[in-house]
Design a protein around this ligand. Structure first.
Ligand code: SUG
Length: 448
């Protein structure tokens, strides 16, 4: 496969119709801080689409992934909420366990960086692109996602150049949160790269681990994915997150580090042993990476988490040398971070331009630009062979805008989750969306 014909395609998650603030994610500071507030699903979806469209207009390859059906009635039924009609199941859950109804109503699948880990064809022993949906087993509201995620990914990446694996077995030993803890370094997207897996816990008795918040990714999970994907062990690097960072609210590595091609942008306290990380990455790649390390003295861990500075996208904009950095608008509001970014833009490094985007609705649940996207290296052929209409052009962007305007609510307060109309609205909208995107039947309500 010639390197010139491969692209990084950013698939952005479309925010779902039930986007709400239920404070579900322990260890995710924004989710806890905004729990109980009123959300705006419409604004959330439009903010996400604007970011995707802006990147597309810069000349980058941009695509979308659809949201899931929520509230997820099959999960409520599994938990013992019965009823001849779905509305009765929802009413029973609302009355007996409103927190479980909130969990089954979360639109968390929008953060598609947690949807799967993807190893492109250039890294694998059979020359195919390997995909493993994340089991997301550390939080109930996210553990509902994998079956539908798997069906959506199979519908989009359908030809035989893709291999779809089952999510890893559930159980904390194999807790896997997908691409949020996985980065790929390479000279060109189409040539063999180094895959970098970051975990919070190696499960060894004597290891250091966070004391306040959970580690959501384990080393055995990373190793199982590398085996399944047929990666060359000489080109895989594993690194442990700094437990201090997890305890400050860094629940995924993409909240404290981001990499692309031969650049790693990270906080001083991202990894337990930074010198070892660098030595291993350089040796696996056979070349020196560029490291931009942000000192804790310039940006504290707290400011990094408040601003989501590292939950950013490093992008190679066609026709421009260097790398563009896409960050959330909050980076302009946190003084230390804004000062740092101004210096970075002016300084002698490969990041030449910073783009700020308003993603406030998603940010309030702990999801910035990098959480909203799943990177897939694709050849022209893989793109043209996909029957799905998910690659963003002006017509699809306009269709999606109209679809959001037509179906989404302006506001959802916690008490609104008991409204059975939400389910009807969601199913009607998703039925239309699956036709618009030409992905066939992927939702439980379409299959049963
Ligand atoms: O898993 N928030 C998500 C945010 C995921 C961010 N993704 C990445 N860093 N890649 C999570 O914690 C909050 C839902 C709520 O509280 O209603 C939530 O699930």
């Amino acid at each position: 496969m010639s390197s010139g014909s491969a692209w990084e395609v950013n698939f952005d998650g479309i925010v779902g119709l039930t986007h709400n603030y239920a404070g579900l994610s322990f260890g995710n500071v924004a989710s806890a801080d905004h729990g109980g507030e009123t959300s705006s699903p419409k604004q959330a979806a439009l903010q996400g689409l604007e970011k995707a469209w802006a990147l597309s207009e810069m000349g980058l390859r941009q695509a979308v992934l659809p949201p899931q059906e929520r509230p997820h009635v099959p999960s409520l039924r599994r938990l013992g909420f019965a009823g001849s009609r779905d509305a009765v199941v929802i009413a029973n859950a609302a009355q007996q366990a409103p927190h479980l109804l909130a969990a089954a109503s979360s639109a968390s699948c929008m953060w598609v960086a947690n949807a799967a880990t993807i190893s492109p064809f250039a890294d694998t022993d059979d020359g195919k692109t390997h995909i493993t949906p994340a089991n997301l087993c550390s939080m109930f509201h996210r553990s509902i996602e994998p079956p539908t995620t798997g069906r959506v990914l199979r519908a989009i990446f359908a030809d035989d150049s893709f291999v779809h694996h089952q999510p890893l077995p559930a159980g904390t030993q194999f807790s896997d949160e997908g691409a949020a803890n996985h980065t790929r370094f390479c000279a060109d997207y189409g040539s063999a790269g180094v895959e970098f897996f970051v975990y919070g816990d190696d499960l060894n008795r004597d290891s250091v681990r966070p004391s306040k918040f959970p580690a959501r990714q384990t080393l055995p999970a990373c190793e199982a994915i590398a085996r399944n994907h047929g990666l060359d062990s000489a080109r895989v690097v594993y690194a442990q997150q700094n437990p201090q960072a997890i305890d400050a609210g860094v629940f995924h590595n993409d909240v404290i580090a981001v990499g692309n091609r031969s650049l790693l942008f990270h906080h001083e306290l991202a990894f337990l042993d930074t010198a070892k990380v660098r030595a291993e990455l350089n040796s696996a790649l056979g070349a020196e990476l560029e490291y931009i390390e942000v000192p804790a003295a310039s940006v504290s861990l707290q400011d990094a988490v408040r601003s989501y500075l590292f939950n950013s996208q490093l992008l190679q904009v066609p026709g421009q040398g260097g790398t563009a950095l896409v960050v959330p608008g909050e980076c302009e509001e946190v003084g230390s971070v804004h000062r740092y970014l101004q210096e970075l833009e002016a300084g002698d490094n490969s990041i030449h331009k910073v783009h700020y985007f308003n993603l406030r609705q998603s940010m309030n649940n702990g999801g910035g630009p990098a959480c909203l996207r799943l990177r897939v290296v694709m050849t022209d052929r893989q793109i043209t062979e996909s029957r799905a209409r998910v690659f963003l052009d002006e017509a699809l962007y306009q269709d999606l805008r109209h679809w959001v305007e037509k179906h989404y609510r302006d506001a959802i307060a916690p008490a609104d989750l008991v409204d059975p109309n939400l389910l009807v609205e969601c199913r009607t909208a998703l039925d239309e969306l699956s036709q618009l995107l030409n992905i066939g039947s992927v939702y439980d309500f379409q299959l049963n």
